[in-house]
Design a protein around this ligand. Structure first.
Ligand code: UFG
Length: 330
């Protein structure tokens, strides 16, 4: 029996594939390669195709014995989603509906779905609990929350069990140094700061210094990408062992301001990193910190790379060895 990883060539998906291989699982990957990289895939059987194409889904499900699906395939840029909401609804919701149709038809009963802290919008409490109100402030978060609701009804009607994992800020790279983070264009804080350390950018622009936080810059909860991967595996195991569908936050429960992240990166890399204060970026909440107690308690999840230094060290290790990221841009 195999596990199908949709979006397995992307940043988090490729770390998931690596984790499943380490756990001795049979892995099938389906990726459109619109954003993903061939070189990010460390093993498994690879199919190139879009989740909206029913033919490729039929091929994957008939040629393999798929026991469960882990779905990472989605657009995930908040800013782009504000400018083009229909692109996000059409892709992120449409493709998951197609995937669920195929799961129903081929009698596949488990899905782990990649969701986001963006489902909460401006948080009502810090740390954020899974039971807190969800009121997305951008179409990206809305698209993920819509799928969460669709999953609930598919569970009821077709018996497809789900685990929804709401990630906070995914960061870092695989401990082997073989795979890491390469978005094009890059918009995430840690890779951008590392590009400054590598002299590929002149400076980091800090988006806003007038937030209601200790140093005025936004606070986020950074979680290592391999720790995210291990939570997905535990979630699958739990469902297979009779556990119910559930929603979990995944974070370290500790917040770091943008200025603190820049400072820790200076220490880790030993490089001078020039920073400049810029305007706020539209749609950024001041503070996002997860309570992940539920995942720890119910999944037995224990993040291993839970210091920001270690997270940045792993990212630095990858970036300095892959100055141009993955060379293959598919
Ligand atoms: N930031 C800067 N300068 C930069 C880039 C980022 O100051 O050049 C700041 C942002 O304003 C934010 C923090 O660094 O305060 C982190 O920004 P990222 O873009 O790295 O991450 P986000 O918190 O915006 O986004 C993450 C995920 C999204 C998800 C969102 C939920 O990447 O997919 O959390 O709020 F939707």
């Amino acid at each position: 029996m195999s596990i199908l990883v949709c979006g397995g060539a992307g940043y988090i998906g490729s770390h998931m594939v690596a984790h499943l291989i380490e756990k001795g699982q049979e892995v099938v990957i389906l990726d459109s390669f619109e954003k993903g990289h061939k070189d990010a895939i460390l093993g498994g059987k690879v199919y190139k195709g879009d989740l909206k194409d029913r033919k490729i889904l039929d091929k994957v499900f008939t040629e393999n014995k798929i026991e469960a699906v882990i779905d990472f395939a989605a657009y995930s840029l908040v800013g782009e989603s504000m400018e083009n909401p229909l692109k996000y609804f059409e892709n992120n919701i449409g493709s998951t509906i197609n995937l669920l149709e195929a799961m129903k038809d081929y009698n596949v009963k488990y899905i782990v779905f990649s969701s986001t802290a963006a489902t909460y919008g401006e948080p009502e409490n810090i740390p954020i609990l899974e039971s807190d109100k969800t009121f997305p402030t951008n179409p990206y978060g809305e698209s993920k929350l819509s799928v969460e609701k669709i999953l609930k009804w598919c569970n009821k009607a077709y018996g497809i069990k789900y685990t929804v994992l709401r990630y906070f800020n995914a960061a870092g790279a695989h401990i082997s140094g073989k795979i890491g983070e390469d978005h094009r264009p890059e918009s995430h804080l840690i890779p951008i700061i590392l590009q400054v350390a590598l002299r590929q950018r002149e400076k980091i622009m800090i988006f806003g210094e007038d937030y209601d936080t200790e140093d005025g810059t936004c606070v986020r909860d950074y979680i290592h990408v391999s720790d995210l991967a291990s939570a997905h595996f535990l979630a699958l195991e739990k469902m297979k062992n009779g556990g119910d569908s559930a929603i979990y936050n995944l974070g370290n429960g500790k917040g770091f301001s943008v200025k603190e992240v820049v400072e820790v990166t200076r220490k880790v890399t030993g490089k001078e990193i020039k920073a400049e204060i810029a305007e706020r970026r539209e749609g950024d909440p001041a503070i996002l910190i997860a309570s992940s107690d539920k995942a720890k308690k119910e999944l037995g999840w224990h993040p291993q790379y839970n210091s920001l230094e270690t997270i940045i060290e792993t990212a630095w290790n990858w970036h300095k060895k892959h100055l141009n990221g993955y060379e293959d841009k598919n």
